[in-house]
Design a protein. Structure first.
Length: 223
């Protein structure tokens, strides 16, 4: 059974229509309608068989679900260098936010010091979803114990008119307000962000259960 046959066997037309609304920037005919638990199962099968490398090298893929499976497979690569190579080979083909927003590869979390130069390169990319991926790595991996205030400048410096990239910057700063409030709030007090990003980040922070009511009240005055 081919990968396509495997996907067709578990597709759901209702879920396909739902997904098409979530990712309107890709052709709806490239979405089959396979739910994430099934995709993860298939990714494990691909990872465990001899066709893994052939699948990872067969780019670009035709279907949205193949891109998701691709990311699930490379996220399981345990060697840091091999994982980075696989990610960098794949990023130019990422064409929507659900693919760029998948979980951090385990090899990255174990090597944050080695990962950081790549994160900076990805954020600097002109390719929207490469930059979004880099910002998401910065948000997921460097807002806790490995946080440094200069990382906020790195995110703030990424300006774009693309909705999905602006939303990622806003998401980053909303999370920074939850995790590193004292370092992040001056960006809002001094209005150092794009106006749309400024307002969207405050909106998301005010909606977050991780921000205290007192801080939410203050953030509302900065809108």
């Amino acid at each position: 059974m081919t990968l396509y046959d495997r996907l067709i066997a578990v597709k759901d037309d209702g879920y396909r229509d739902f997904q098409a609304k979530l990712v309107p920037n890709i052709p709806p005919e490239t979405i089959l309608g396979v739910q994430t638990p099934e995709l993860r199962k298939i990714a494990k099968e691909v990872s465990a068989c001899a066709v893994r490398d052939a699948f990872l090298n067969d780019l670009p893929h035709k279907y949205y679900e193949e891109n998701l499976i691709h990311f699930f497979v490379l996220a399981g690569i345990g060697d840091f260098d091999a994982c980075v190579r696989a990610v960098e080979a794949f990023l130019p083909y990422v064409d929507c936010w659900p693919v760029s927003d998948q979980a951090t590869p385990k090899a990255f979390r174990k090597n944050r010091d080695r990962l950081l130069p790549y994160v900076k390169q990805w954020i600097a990319s002109e390719h929207v979803y490469t930059a979004r991926f880099g910002l998401r790595m910065l948000m997921n991996e460097y807002l806790d114990d490995d946080f440094k205030p200069e990382y906020l400048d790195l995110a703030a410096s990424k300006t774009s008119e693309d909705y999905y990239l602006k939303m990622m910057v806003a998401w980053y700063f909303a999370t920074a307000l939850a995790k590193q409030y004292d370092a992040a709030v001056p960006y809002f007090e001094q209005r150092r962000l794009d106006e749309w990003v400024h307002k969207k980040a405050i909106q998301k922070a005010v909606e977050s259960f991780r921000v205290t009511d007192e801080r939410k009240a203050y953030l509302k005055t900065l809108r």
